[in-house]
Write a protein that binds this ligand. Structure first.
Ligand code: ATP
Length: 248
């Protein structure tokens, strides 16, 4: 169910140490229980917005120079990424980050660390992840580095779920994956959203898939949010797809 606003980004401006201004003016809101897609061409600023939201920009020598990010009504820009994680703001970074030498299950278990959960809670959460991603259950003992790209992306998402997100943020989950695997992943995200009420913010270059599964989308161009609206309506607009999203 959609309800109050869980994330609000207002007038965000950011730059990197090389003086490149990556974000000029980005604003959008995400309601609780909603899937919002952040779309835009290569270099439009999607990853920078996501890093700003989790206060990860300083780690890559970037900084927010104006604007605000409110998560559950409080600024994220003054809180550590670890504190935000504990508060349920969990990000799956671009590039399906897994510990390549650990098994799939050990990767998942690392996601449950740090929140003081009991063994029984962790075991229950693990079962839930395997229920969302049955393919991971079959591969639980496999070394992550030897699993497929799709399985690594599912592992990265599963690890994030182990942290019990209230808002799950994903940076290009489709990157480098075959279309059927991408469908699988977005279908699982949609189920997490509709059955579990998880709020989801997903940055994607693959606007076709993102607009199929998201409720709303915001389009970035040269570091500015230029358009936002209902995903179905945006998907139907050929002119928008061709102009902003580089798709025919
Ligand atoms: P992509 O899909 O390629 O990741 P994007 O929409 O996510 O694109 P960003 O990665 O946010 O775009 O990049 C926005 C701008 O900031 C680009 O001009 C990019 O070159 C620059 N940029 C991104 N990361 C850094 C960094 N670590 N240091 C310096 N400049 C950066």
């Amino acid at each position: 169910m959609m309800g109050d606003i869980i994330l609000s980004v207002e007038g965000l401006k950011a730059r990197y140490a090389n003086a490149i201004t990556a974000l000029e003016d980005v604003s959008f809101t995400l309601s609780r229980g909603e899937i919002l897609a952040v779309l835009g061409a290569n270099g439009a600023g999607k990853s920078t917005v996501l890093k700003a939201i989790s206060n990860l920009l300083p780690a890559v020598r970037g900084q927010v120079t104006a604007g605000s990010v409110l998560y559950q009504g409080e600024s994220t820009l003054t809180r550590s990424p670890a504190a935000l994680l504990r508060a349920g703001l969990v990000q799956v970074l671009e590039g399906r980050h897994c510990f390549k030498t650990l098994s799939v299950e050990d990767n998942l278990l690392t996601g449950g660390l740090g929140r003081g959960a009991s063994r029984a809670e962790i075991a229950a959460d693990l079962d839930r992840v395997y229920a969302w991603f049955p393919k991971l259950a079959a591969r639980r003992r496999a070394i992550s580095g030897l699993t497929s790209g799709g399985e690594q992306q599912m592992t990265a998402i599963g690890r994030a779920l182990m942290a019990r997100p209230k808002l799950l943020v994903l940076d290009e989950p489709s990157m480098g994956l075959a279309p059927l695997v991408v469908q699988d992943i977005f279908r699982a995200l949609k189920r997490l959203n509709s059955e579990d009420g998880l709020s989801i913010l997903v940055a994607e270059q693959n606007s076709a898939i993102a607009l199929t599964y998201a409720d709303r989308a915001v389009i970035l161009e040269h570091g500015a949010s230029v358009l936002s609206g209902d995903a179905g309506a945006l998907k139907a607009r050929d002119d928008i797809r061709a102009f902003y999203l580089g798709q025919k």
